[in-house]
Write a protein that binds this ligand. Structure first.
Ligand code: NAD
Length: 291
């Protein structure tokens, strides 16, 4: 396929590179980053998007997505697909989908999980929203950049799935870390705690596959001085998006709200920036009840 790729950062560059390596003709554009191996450089976002069958965006936030969509949509041919893989607010996604529809372009939102490692290895998971016809068109590209793609519903459904999943993940990480810290104070051995919980009703992906205690359970960033992995500030971004969405639709999400506040103080006041999101465990270890 002829593909435009806007946003060649930590995630976008390896995704674009994998598409080019699979034989697609990829023209990229980024305001700062260079095009990776196999990807041609466009002179502007509009130039990279002109005449392409699919234009992929991988950008930092909804405001930038809206601006880039404003540039590329007029240059795109009718019937082409604008595939946004960024994690952004649901409102921006829906606004861009409406703008695309007016331009005769099909919009798909398909945020990813899997991080930079998944982008490099081509093992990302895509959660997609948009018309079924558009999802089918870009499905082969999901197969190159990732391992799994789920069509979740109409425009915005992909972003909704992503923030719901990551809200559960953030809350579960905090619950697991505070339980380990409580076990420490109760004199319960961490290995024993893991043996019990990982096979009991408290088990989770966090406890079983991403154990936040060093040397216990699954290999994880905890075994590597809490280097990310999935950085705490990226978890904070997703928890903020979840709260923004919850506010917009008047949903009561007290645990998601608490998780956002905890990651906020961890990242902004307690040195958590640049650490894996599981570094909540050493945070709880050091603290006492109430602060
Ligand atoms: P990044 O900051 O490394 O890359 C974003 C790129 O967009 C940068 O290279 C930047 O120069 C470019 N850019 C900004 N404004 C632009 C414009 N107007 N036109 C063209 N390019 C522009 O970020 P990333 O880590 O690659 O993340 C991209 C998206 O993927 C984010 O929405 C993020 O939340 C999401 N995501 C990231 C991860 C991760 O582990 N890094 C995991 C899942 C999802």
């Amino acid at each position: 396929m002829n593909i435009g790729f806007i946003g060649l950062g930590n995630m976008g560059a390896p995704m674009a590179k994998n598409l080019a390596a699979a034989g697609h003709a990829v023209t990229g554009f980024d305001v700062a980053a260079p095009a990776p191996e196999g990807v041609q450089t466009g002179e502007s976002a509009a130039a990279a998007a002109a005449g392409q069958e699919v234009v992929i965006t991988m950008l930092p936030d909804g405001k930038i997505l809206r601006a880039v969509a404003g540039e590329v949509l007029p240059a795109m041919q009718k019937g082409a697909v604008l595939l946004d893989c960024s994690t952004v607010d649901v409102e921006s996604t829906r606004a861009v989908a409406e703008q695309a529809a007016r331009a005769g372009v099909l919009a798909v939102d398909a945020p990813v999980s899997g991080g930079v490692g998944g982008a490099e290895a081509g093992t990302l998971t895509f959660m997609a929203g948009g018309p079924a016809e558009a999802f089918e068109k870009v499905k082969p590209l999901f197969g190159v950049m990732g391992r799994k793609a789920v069509h979740c519903g109409d425009a915005g459904a992909g972003q909704a799935a992503k923030i719901c999943n990551n809200m559960i993940l953030g809350v579960t990480m905090i619950a697991t870390c505070e339980a380990f810290a409580l076990a420490d104070r109760l004199g319960l051995d961490r290995q024993k705690m893991h043996d019990v919980v990982s096979t009991s009703s408290g088990y989770s992906w966090v406890m079983n596959a991403y154990t936040p205690a060093p040397g216990i359970g699954a290999a994880s960033p905890a075994d590597n001085d809490y280097r990310p992995g999935f950085a705490a500030e990226l978890m904070l971004k997703d928890l903020r998006l979840a709260q923004q969405a919850a506010q917009a639709v008047d949903a009561d999400t007290p645990m998601g709200h608490s998780a956002m506040e905890l990651y906020e103080s961890f990242v902004e006041q307690e040195g958590g920036k640049g650490m894996d999101f599981s570094a909540m465990l050493p945070r709880f270890e050091k603290r006492r009840r109430g602060g």
